[in-house]
Design a binder for this molecule. Structure first.
Ligand code: FAQ
Length: 314
C-alpha cells in the first residue's frame, strides 16, 4: 500500500474507535503530535510536584503531611507512566527531558504560579486536579492505546487528589474568619489560571482540529472548560466559597454557566516563559536533573554489568 492508502486505512480504524498501538503504522504527523502532547503532559506532572512540594515540611498535621506526600509522589508516578508511554513512539526519555529543561518544550501554565499559603494546597487539589480530571477523562479515550491506558490509571489517582483538596478546603472555609479569608484568597488567585489550563479558545487553538480528527482529543478546549465550570460552580456553593467572576451566570436555555473574559494576555505571557514562577521552576528542575546525574549513571552502569555477567553483552 502507498502512504495515501495506509492513511485511509488508519483513519478508518480511528473512525471505528479502534486503538492504535506502538507497532501499528501511523502517519508521521500523528506520531509527532502525540510526542508533543504526551511529553508536555509528562513534564507538567513532574514540574507540578514543585508548588505542592513547597508545603510538605509545613503541613498543618501529620495526617495532612502523609496525604500531601502521597499526592506529590503520585504526580511523579504519573510523569513516569507518561514518559514510558511517550517512549513507545521511538523517542528517548533523556531527549524529552532535556527539551523542556533547556527551554524547547512546554509544560502546563498552571505550575508557574506560587503557593503562598496552605490554602493553596487545598485549592490545587480541588481546582487543578479537578480540571486535570475533566481533561484526562477525555484523554483516557484517546486513540493511542498507551496514552489512553496511562490516563485511565492517572484519573483514578487524581480523583483521590481532588477529594482530599475539596475536603480540606471545605474545612477551612467553615473554620475561623482568618481561615475563611485564606480559603477565599486562594480561590481568587487560582480560579482564572485554572480555566487557562484547558488551552486557548477554540478559534485560537492550532492543534485541536487535527487532534480531534485523529481522536487524540475527543473534545475541544472550550467544551472541556465549560464542563469544568458547570460542575465547579455547584461545588463552590456547597462549601461557601465564591468564584471570583462577577459575570458568572446560569443560562436556562443552554443549561450552562456563562463565565467572564479570561485574561488571555496573561496566559500567553506565562507559556512564553514570563509567568510569576517560570524561572524558579526551571531552575529547580535543572538543579535536580544535574545533581541526579550520578544516580542515572550508576543505574546504567549497574544494568550494563548485570547484562555482562549474564553473558548478554560484551
Ligand atoms: N499550558 O493548539 P492548542 C496536571 C500550548 S497535568 C502550557 O490548544 P493542544 C496534573 C500548546 O501546547 C496538566 N501550554 O494545543 C497535576 C500549544 O503550543 P505548541 C497538564 C499550553 O495540544 C495536578 C499552544 O499552546 N495536562 O495538572 C497550554 O491542542 C496537580 C496552542 O494550544 C496536559 O498536558 C497550557 N495550559 O491543547 C499535577 C494534558 N494550553 O505545543 C500536579 C494533555 C495550550 O504547539 C498537581 N494535554 N498550550 O507549541 C492537552 O490536553 C492539550 O495538549 C492542551 C492543549 C489542552 C494542554
Amino acid at each position: 500500500m502507498d502512504t495515501k492508502e495506509k492513511s485511509d486505512v488508519f483513519q478508518k480504524r480511528i473512525d471505528n474507535g479502534e486503538k492504535i498501538e506502538p507497532k501499528d503504522w501511523m502517519p508521521e504527523r500523528y506520531r509527532k503530535q502525540l510526542i508533543r502532547m504526551m511529553s508536555q503532559h509528562a513534564h507538567s506532572e513532574i514540574v507540578g510536584m514543585l508548588p505542592e512540594g513547597n508545603w510538605i515540611t509545613r503541613a498543618p498535621s501529620l495526617k495532612r503531611k502523609m496525604v500531601l506526600l502521597a499526592k506529590v509522589q503520585d504526580e511523579a508516578g504519573h510523569g513516569l507512566y507518561l514518559y514510558s508511554a511517550t517512549e513507545t513512539l521511538g523517542v528517548k526519555r533523556k531527549d524529552l527531558v532535556e527539551d523542556y529543561l533547556y527551554g524547547k518544550a512546554k509544560y502546563s501554565s498552571i505550575f508557574n504560579y506560587p503557593t503562598l499559603t496552605y490554602a493553596d494546597i487545598c485549592v490545587i487539589g480541588w481546582l487543578v486536579d479537578g480540571a486535570a480530571i475533566v481533561n484526562q477523562t477525555m484523554l483516557a479515550k484517546s486513540s493511542y492505546g498507551p496514552y489512553a491506558r496511562a490516563n485511565l490509571r492517572i484519573c483514578k489517582e487524581e480523583s483521590f487528589h481532588k477529594k482530599q483538596g475539596y475536603e480540606m478546603l471545605a474545612k477551612m472555609a467553615g473554620g475561623t474568619p482568618e481561615q475563611q479569608k485564606m480559603a477565599q484568597d486562594a480561590v481568587n488567585r487560582w480560579w482564572w489560571p485554572t480555566l487557562m489550563m484547558f488551552g486557548p479558545p477554540d478559534e485560537e487553538s492550532p492543534n485541536s482540529a487535527e487532534l480531534i480528527t485523529w481522536a487524540v482529543k475527543t473534545k475541544t478546549n472550550d467544551e472541556l472548560r465549560q464542563s469544568f465550570v458547570d460542575r465547579t460552580v455547584m461545588e463552590a456553593r456547597k462549601i461557601g466559597v465564591t468564584l471570583p467572576d462577577p459575570d458568572l451566570k446560569y443560562n436556562e436555555e443552554t443549561g450552562h454557566w456563562e463565565y467572564g473574559e479570561i485574561p488571555w494576555d496573561e496566559f500567553w505571557r506565562v507559556i512564553k516563559g514570563d509567568g510569576p514562577m517560570n524561572r524558579e521552576r526551571l531552575k529547580a528542575r535543572r538543579k535536580a536533573y544535574e545533581e541526579g546525574a550520578w544516580v542515572r549513571e550508576a543505574a546504567m552502569e549497574y544494568a550494563r554489568k548485570k547484562k555482562y555477567r549474564e553473558g548478554k553483552a560484551s
